[in-house]
Design a protein around this ligand. Sequence first.
Ligand code: PMP
Length: 395
Amino acid sequence: MIYLDNAATSPIDEEVLDAMLPYLKEEYGNPSSKYYYKAVNAKKAVEDAREKVARLIGADSEEIIFTAGATESSNLIIKGFLDYSKYYCDGKNHVITSNAEHKSTLNVCKYLNGEIYSNKDATIALFSANKSVDRGYCASFIEVDENGIVSCDKLEEAITDKTALASFIFVNNEIGAVNNIGLLAATAHKHNVLLHADATQAVGKFPINVHELDVDFLSASAHKLYGPKGIGCAYIKADKYGLPPITALLHGGEQESGIRAGTLAVHNIVGFGKAAEIAIRDMETNRKRIAELDDYLINNISGIRDIKIVISDNFRANGIISLLIDRNDFNNERFIRRISDDVAISTGSACSLGEPSHVISAIGAGKDVNKIIRVSLNKYTLKEDIDLFISYLTE
Ligand code: PMP
């Protein structure tokens, strides 16, 4: 099967798997244990991986907190920073995000806003009958433009004297839209507001430096850069006194600077570190390769009637291509199912299955939601893979 759904997850790199295996076999020590060599080795492996992940985004090791993935990182950062601000700092309790975020930001903000308690809209409607509660926080959802981009003007308009944090997606997982995170951070900082970037689809794909971007927080997952699932990181900007205090999401042991309790998944952390090391090593080669494949796909579909790219290429990251098949008889779910033995693609986010895409609605294309498919490439994709996909499209 040809795999063109890499925005959902990427295959694990063989080198990553090889690096992980010893930590599932003989090196099974708990890095928080003391003195004996298995514990010391595990701790060393974790710190080595932390350095590699930090290097990938231009951070210092102490600024990396390992989590179970970007969903957890964004929960930790948004809930943790808002809670700390409101109850232990200056009383600010407002977060700003956009209406085209991944659900791991959108639903965290809805939760803080008192709109939801679970993640399933159906459950919410059934049990709460649109009941909203006052959790002591509030959230604003600013609208993106037709390319999925957040404007600095809209951010500025939404900021109040209660705003603590703004949180925006770097590269959109459904349509590939790239926000100008550096400019959004500068805008937020003008008003004493901190910025969190959900960089899950960006980290490892192109050079990122948290200091140059001047972001305060960042989330990422290893499985989007050929690493294992169930591991990610929260970058938290340190100052000269160390990490700023934020409220923990998981309370328990003192692992990860007391911010994230629980025994560390050493094998996964080692895998993330290896994936980061490879991403740095092969960054330019992979970037060029995916840009060429992206061009190849776009050039080859440009001749096919009734197909267009959902957002302008000027705002799109290479490798995530959302296509509108504007034919009366086309239904995306049926098409994807029909080709699923040979080609894996998707209608959009794997995290929003079963409901129309909020991202497509956010860019004003809601009426076409059943005609949009997402193709996402990886470093192993071949031109022949794209040819096969296109042959189904033309058919
Ligand atoms: N943010 C974005 C932009 C994503 O694409 C994803 C994964 N689809 C996530 C957050 C959540 O990542 P994870 O499922 O690994 O927690």
